[in-house]
Write a protein that binds this ligand. Structure first.
Ligand code: ATP
Ligand code: MG
Length: 581
């Protein structure tokens, strides 16, 4: 492809509104342009990269035995009402009424396709003989995200590969789930992404019901916990800690329990400032409504509550922070002054709480806190639980080594759904004894745009993007220094033909601009291999070949140039292939 015949609007300056590297670089390199918040046009370079990612995803889905279909983005809202997701999606679901004759129909733009695909299965799958089967599509999804941001990392319209598996038994589901999991590993490795697979929330079937594929990145919106030593990794909601519940002995040399006036100080931060203590020397008391009844949860002042863990420890289904009125009834004080001493409701504590000795806590009266609060003397606990989010340095639940906390971008998600959708939409099968059961489902999503955006986010230097060969919009950029020089053009065009004939994607920078501009742009758009033709080198009968990532160029005789480039490319492809395994 000739540069002058395509559209690559590179920019010298950083766009003002771009907060993260991927956004900034994708705009500057002329990959994308914004239409409005959350909606982007993919320009030729961006779209080529996206299509390459799409192709890898498709190949790996097919290799794993999934079959491709294409479902409508336009869906009847009625299906979402039947699964209860019209409510659950809320404002995220883009929906509207359109006139049809003398009535109106209520439609939605699909944010995902569980409903549509399960409805399809309900109509066309009826026997165990048709199972298992996995259907997938690569299609535009619509979500009215509350905060579309960070360029194409989070948009209201995006390309998703979504696959759905249908099985007769949990064992059959497990087999498919494994195949999909392995296919995801191959997809992300082939895309040159440094991914980690982490445990995510457990689903209706319990156990390892869900994994997220994350790209560690400073600007990632997800927080993930991983072990520096073993393979343990989980998202923050799910991550466990290997702490043990041994209750410490009550301290014998504790200071006196004392009251401290803390007018208007209702947060840990305010109290810590007012009383001159660190948050880690405080115990906070959160009041929840658990299955309709109030319950108090104690945490060290600097720790974050984990609602999933609290729900499991209390053995309840529903959990929400208590309203002001309940808090006043339970503690006798307005919000912000709850504490364990003399509290009259069910109370559970995190493992770290009894170790805060003495502690600063709320005083269960307006504008009052207590100091010198001592476990075993001023309040009792019969046991403790893991109730908080993991923090860096916690012991790993598998091997005891220190856990680390990193940010990540979710690029994919595999999930054992169970029978939630098949039951709601009547997707059943008859087994070998003619007995009817709901089909057991799994769903598997990949954000194709996020593959591109997370590569841009994690693979660049101060000069621009650095694409892996498999995703790069072009594998080679051919750079004639001076297009008005006949010899230069003759040699360069010769390379272009030879490389294109060999099936290489070549971008030919045929612009009549200064070499400096071409070099800068070549670095910015990040094409892996650069061939420079012209100038002094050409007079000596040589061309220069250089990887985007290396500082040294190889000087090769003109007659050998194309062959040398092809060899370099095939060696690099082989190396990449060996990483995929
Ligand atoms: P997030 O937590 O980031 O909002 P999600 O968990 O809601 O994502 P899923 O429903 O699991 O997303 O969708 C499957 C995949 O689609 C995600 O793993 C992600 O890669 C991609 N994806 C989801 N929402 C967006 C979006 N708004 N823009 C781009 N890609 C997205
Ligand atoms: Mg997800």
């Amino acid at each position: 492809m000739r540069w002058t015949q395509t559209l690559i609007p590179t920019m010298k300056e950083d766009p003002a509104d771009a907060e993260v590297p991927s956004h900034r670089l994708m705009i500057r390199a002329g990959l994308i342009r914004q239409l409005m918040a959350g909606a982007y046009t993919y320009l030729p370079l961006g779209y080529r990269a996206l299509r390459k990612a799409e192709r890898i995803v498709r190949e790996e889905m097919e290799r794993a035995g999934a079959v491709e279909i294409h479902m409508p983005a336009l869906q009847p809202v009625d299906l979402f009402e039947r699964t209860g997701r019209f409510e659950a999606f809320g404002d995220v679901l883009i929906n509207f009424h359109v006139p049809r004759g003398d009535r109106k129909v209520h439609l939605a733009l699909g944010p995902t396709h569980e409903e549509v695909v399960t409805d399809l299965a309900a109509h066309h799958i009826s026997s165990y003989r048709q199972l298992p089967i996995t259907l997938f599509q690569i299609q535009t999804k619509f979500r009215n995200e509350e905060r579309p941001r960070f360029g194409v990392l989070r948009t209201s319209e995006f390309l998703m590969k979504d696959a759905y598996s249908f099985s007769t038994s949990p064992r059959q589901l497990e087999e498919t789930y494994r195949k999909m999991y392995d296919a995801y590993c191959r997809v992300f490795a082939r895309c040159g992404l440094d991914y980690i697979a982490v445990e995510a929330e457990s689903g209706p079937i319990g156990g390892d019901a869900s994994h997220e594929f994350m790209i560690p990145a400073a600007n990632g919106e997800d927080r993930i916990v991983r072990c520096a030593n073993c393979t343990y990794g989980a998202n923050l909601e799910r991550a466990e800690t290997g702490r043990t519940p041994d209750l410490p002995a009550a301290a014998s040399d504790s200071p006196k329990l004392e009251e401290a006036d803390t007018p208007g100080a209702t947060s840990i931060e305010q109290v810590s400032k007012m009383l001159g203590c660190r948050p880690a020397e405080m115990v906070k008391t959160l009041i929840f409504i658990a299955d309709g009844k109030p319950a108090a949860v104690l945490l060290r002042g600097d720790h974050e509550a984990n609602e999933g863990k609290i729900r499991r420890a209390l053995g309840v289904g529903s959990l929400e922070l208590a309203d002001e009125k309940t808090i006043e009834e339970v503690t006798g004080a307005p919000v912000g002054f709850a504490g364990p001493v003399g509290l009259k409701c069910e109370l559970i504590a995190d493992h770290d709480v009894p170790r805060v000795q003495p502690a600063v806590t709320g005083g269960n009266a307006a504008d009052l806190h207590l100091t010198g609060v001592t476990y075993g003397r001023d309040y009792e606990l019969s046991s403790t639980f893991d109730l908080r989010n993991a923090v860096a340095g916690d012991p790993c639940p598998k091997c005891g080594t220190n856990l680390e906390l990193v940010h990540g971008i979710e690029v994919g998600h595999v999930f054992k759904l169970g029978t939630k959708y098949s039951e709601a939409l009547g997707a059943t099968f008859l087994d070998e004894h003619e007995e009817r059961h709901p089909i057991i489902m799994g769903c598997y999503g990949i954000g194709v745009n996020r593959i591109i955006a997370s590569l841009a986010e994690t693979s660049h230097d101060e000069n621009g993007l650095i694409w892996p060969l498999t995703i790069a919009p072009y594998e080679v950029i051919l750079l004639p220094l001076n297009v008005t020089d006949e010899e230069t053009t003759r040699v360069a065009e010769g390379f272009l033909k030879e490389l294109e004939d060999a099936g290489v994607d070549v971008l030919y920078d045929d612009r009549d601009v200064r070499p400096g501009v071409k070099f800068k742009d070549a670095d910015l758009i990040g094409i892996p291999l650069r061939i420079v033709v012209g100038g002094k080198g050409l007079k000596e009968g040589k061309v220069e070949i250089r990887w985007r990532t290396s500082s040294e160029a190889e000087k090769v005789a003109v007659s050998e140039g194309a062959r040398a480039a092809l060899q370099m490319l095939s060696a690099a492809r082989e190396e990449q292939g060996s990483l995929v395994g």
